[in-house]
Design a protein. Structure first.
Length: 327
């Protein structure tokens, strides 16, 4: 990594506009050259040559997504496909989320190639689009899952009337349209204060998800009897799902929610080189954490070999228990 970094920090080119920085910080303002004939000291860390730690942290997280996130999301998609005959109402949202995270992870090796070999501006557009997809799809699809669970627990009568998948397919299409619109705008670039769109989106999604999850947990807790195990199996299933979503929300989205609204209080370079890459890194690593938490709630995975099943959550397995269709 450091050899590649040193290589890039020593390359000189003549350009009228500085090459783009790491995609996570593409919407941040960049100092422009006053004279087009001046030789510009080129690097992917342009403007952050002496403050590379935050960007390297983001790159490390993206590498983790390749190693762990891609196979984990593939497993989630395979499980959802195998359970399609007995689906959970949230499976459509989970499947879309897993596919988007898989797509984002697959782009990372190409990002590295373009950083250090291709140096193609056209490829940067594709990478900016993938970052826009990641920025939007994760919070919105998690919000849809929270909405689905919220209605199921607090409005069971309405939920029974809305069980048809056409409603969830329609909502998924709407979320995908919002995602692609945001990603396209991010790709085009040049929009004033565009990074504040993500700040507003993440604040709204975070507030909604925390509200839904707390309301659901309180409702499920009140529905329990005197004994520990008297909660209805479906409610217990929803309770576990909500707990896992709440953990994802707090870990992955609290850092940007806590940091990004105060952008104007940071020195511009500190925000662009440290705060923004680190905040996006917590969002990006959700591509690995979300499928891992989903898989950790499964009692068994039918297509894994026996040697793996023995290690897979053996404490939860029962001799005659049927396969669990996790929500």
């Amino acid at each position: 990594m450091w050899d590649l970094l040193n290589k890039y920090l020593t390359v000189n080119t003549t350009t009228t506009t500085p090459p783009p920085p790491l995609p996570s910080t593409l919407d941040a303002p960049i100092e422009t050259l006053a004279n087009a004939t001046v030789v510009h000291h080129f690097s992917v860390f342009d403007g952050c040559d002496d403050m590379v730690e935050g960007i390297l942290f983001d790159l490390t997280v993206q590498t983790f997504n390749v190693v762990v996130g891609i196979p984990a999301n593939i497993m989630v998609m395979v499980i959802l496909i195998r359970n399609r005959h007995q689906p959970s109402t949230s499976d459509i949202f989970l499947g879309c989320l897993a596919f988007m995270d898989f797509y984002f992870g697959c782009m990372v090796p190409l990002i590295y190639l373009n950083l250090y070999y291709w140096e193609s501006m056209k490829m940067w557009s594709a990478f900016k689009f993938s970052y826009g997809v990641k920025d939007t799809s994760g919070p919105l699809f998690l919000s849809c899952i929270c909405l689905d669970r919220f209605v199921a627990v607090l409005c069971p009568i309405a939920f029974s009337q809305l069980k048809d998948n056409k409603y969830r397919i329609g909502l998924s299409v709407f979320v995908l349209c919002l995602t692609f619109a945001y990603a396209s705008a991010k790709t085009v670039g040049g929009l004033r204060d565009f990074e504040k769109v993500f700040t507003g989106e993440i604040l709204a999604s975070f507030t909604w998800m925390v509200f839904c999850n707390i309301a659901i947990l309180l409702a499920l807790k009140r529905s329990r009897g005197a004994g520990k195990d008297e909660m209805h199996p479906m409610k217990k299933k929803a309770f576990n799902m909500v707990l896992s979503i709440l953990a994802i929300v707090v870990f992955n989205y609290l850092p940007p929610v806590a940091l990004f609204p105060f952008q104007d209080y940071y020195p511009p370079r500190a925000f662009r080189c440290y705060v923004q890459p680190v905040g996006f890194a917590f969002v990006n690593i959700s591509s690995s954490i979300q499928p891992l938490i989903y898989l950790s709630r499964l009692e068994r995975v039918s297509f894994l070999p026996d040697c793996c099943l023995k290690r897979w959550n053996t404490s939860k397995e029962k001799p005659d228990s049927p396969p669990v269709n996790a929500a």
